[in-house]
Each structure stands twice: as structure tokens, then as C-alpha cells.
Design a protein around this ligand. Structure first.
Ligand code: CA
Length: 269
């Protein structure tokens, strides 16, 4: 036992190396992780990481294997999917801690997954990995709701450090409450209150309110709102958008959302 390396990470690496032929075997990996836990009861990082569920969507087998191994070395629980169609329709905030999405997937674009998840109101951190190095695509991705970007090739260790950064930021948001007058909105738990009283909103109504509440007092263009609702199904018509807005107004108070004719809508600060 005195031959073990000093840090939990190094020890885990040493143990995994011993079991190298079975590195893909969950039972072997878990037994290594358990050994670490017993030897280093203070290795709280690894214990904490074990609670984190990472969704990896990457079709490149070599890169996928390397990322999968690097994340598991950190004690993270990783679900690795190769196709866009295998990805969940919704990104459940209670289940997934962070999603890593490649843009070039064999059956679609990772950016469409991202737009769909954000359109359904998920705030789970998403890190986009891409081989497209041009600045335009990177900026478009950040506008589409990515929390971070990694351009291939990159060191897998860099990815785990980015995961830590975005999940820490997200955890801080967990307790965050957005306020606009008497209206309170908790982005992560989807709770909305008016004068302290909880209001039940449909996913589309919540999504609209979330967009408007990002910057109370500023006009949000109609087209942007319609676009945000699009990933929920068929592209949404302006007439349908107005129906959702009118339902939202009825629930939170009609005076809170102002129509700016020909431009869009504004949530009163
Ligand atoms: Ca790819």
C-alpha cells in the first residue's frame, strides 16, 4: 500500500493501469474508485464527482474513448452517445449535470440539440466541442446557448477543468431568483411567483417568460421569441406565439408584458 502514488487521481490511474485490459468494464472501474474512497476518505472531489452525470454526444470513437476515460478518471459518471437521435429530447436538470456535444454528428448537428434543449427551458450547462475553427461558428454557438466551447484537438484534461467551471457557475445560479417588480422567477426550478404566490405555467409559457425576464425593461423581438419556441415542434407562427403570450399574460397579470407594436414585447422591470 505504501507504493501507491500520493494523490487519489494518481492512485486511480495506477489502479486502472493494472487493470488495463478491462478498462472499459464498469465493475473494474467502480472497484478502483471504491478502493480510492476507502484509502483516502478525504478525497471528497472524487466522491462529489461521482454524483455528477455527464452526457457526452460524440461520434468519433478515438476522441470519445479518450474523453470518456478522462472523465471517469475524475470519478464522473459518463453516458456516452454517438448519434444526435440517441440524445434525449429534453435535458433533465435533475439528472444531467453537464452535456458535452460535438457539432458534427453523423445524423445531425449538435447545435440543433442545443437549441432544442434550450428551447425546452433547460439550463443544464452545455460544452460544445467542434472541429470547426472559424470564429463565426463559435460565436453562433455561444448565442445558441452553449456555456463553453472547445475546438479540436484539445487535451481531455482541459475538458474536465471546463466541466468543473461551468457546473460551479450553474450551482451558483441554482439559488438565483430573477425579479421584475412583484414577479419572481427561479430559472433552474422553473418556479414562478407573483406577489409571492406560485403560478403554474406551461413549458412554452415558461420559456417565453424566461426570455422576457433576461432583461426586464428591454424589448425582445417577436422573431426571437418565435424562434425560441420552435424546437418544441413545428415552427411556430406569430399567431400561435400571440396565443401563448396571451395565456402567459392572463396568468401573471396582463399589465406586466407590454406590446411594442411592430417590434416585440417587453417585461416591465
Ligand atoms: Ca464528429
Amino acid at each position: 500500500m505504501q507504493n501507491f502514488a500520493k494523490s487519489p487521481y494518481e492512485t486511480l490511474a495506477a489502479l486502472v493501469a493494472v487493470h488495463h485490459p478491462w478498462i472499459g468494464d464498469d465493475a473494474v472501474f467502480n472497484s478502483c474508485a471504491e478502493t480510492i474512497r476507502v484509502l483516502w476518505p478525504s478525497s471528497s472531489n472524487i466522491r462529489q464527482n461521482a454524483l455528477m452525470h455527464i452526457l457526452l454526444v460524440e461520434d468519433d470513437l478515438d476522441l470519445g474513448r479518450a474523453l470518456h476515460a478522462a472523465m471517469r478518471m475524475e470519478g464522473l459518471t459518463v453516458e456516452w452517445l454517438r448519434r444526435a437521435n440517441d440524445a434525449p429530447l429534453r435535458l433533465n436538470d435533475g439528472v444531467v449535470s453537464c452535456a458535452i456535444v460535438d457539432l458534427g454528428l453523423p445524423d445531425g448537428d449538435g447545435m440543433d440539440l442545443l437549441k432544442r434543449w434550450r428551447g425546452l427551458g433547460s439550463l443544464v450547462p452545455v460544452i460544445v466541442i467542434t472541429a470547426r475553427t472559424d470564429l463565426q461558428n463559435r460565436l453562433a454557438g455561444l448565442d445558441g446557448g452553449a456555456d463553453d466551447f472547445l475546438v479540436k484537438p484539445f487535451d481531455p484534461v482541459e475538458l474536465t477543468s471546463r466541466i468543473r467551471a461551468v457546473t460551479r457557475r450553474y450551482a451558483r445560479q441554482a439559488t438565483q431568483v430573477w425579479r421584475a417588480g412583484a414577479l419572481e422567477l427561479e430559472p433552474r426550478s422553473h418556479v414562478v411567483r407573483v406577489h409571492g404566490k406560485q403560478v403554474d405555467l406551461s413549458p412554452r409559457e415558461f420559456c417565453l417568460l424566461l426570455e422576457l425576464a433576461r432583461e426586464p425593461g428591454s424589448v425582445v423581438p417577436k422573431g426571437l421569441l418565435a424562434q425560441r419556441l420552435e424546437p418544441l415542434g413545428e415552427p411556430i407562427e406569430f399567431s400561435a406565439l400571440e396565443v401563448h403570450l396571451s395565456n402567459l399574460r392572463r396568468k401573471i397579470g396582463p399589465e406586466r408584458i407590454r406590446t411594442v407594436r411592430g417590434v416585440g414585447y417587453l417585461l416591465h422591470a
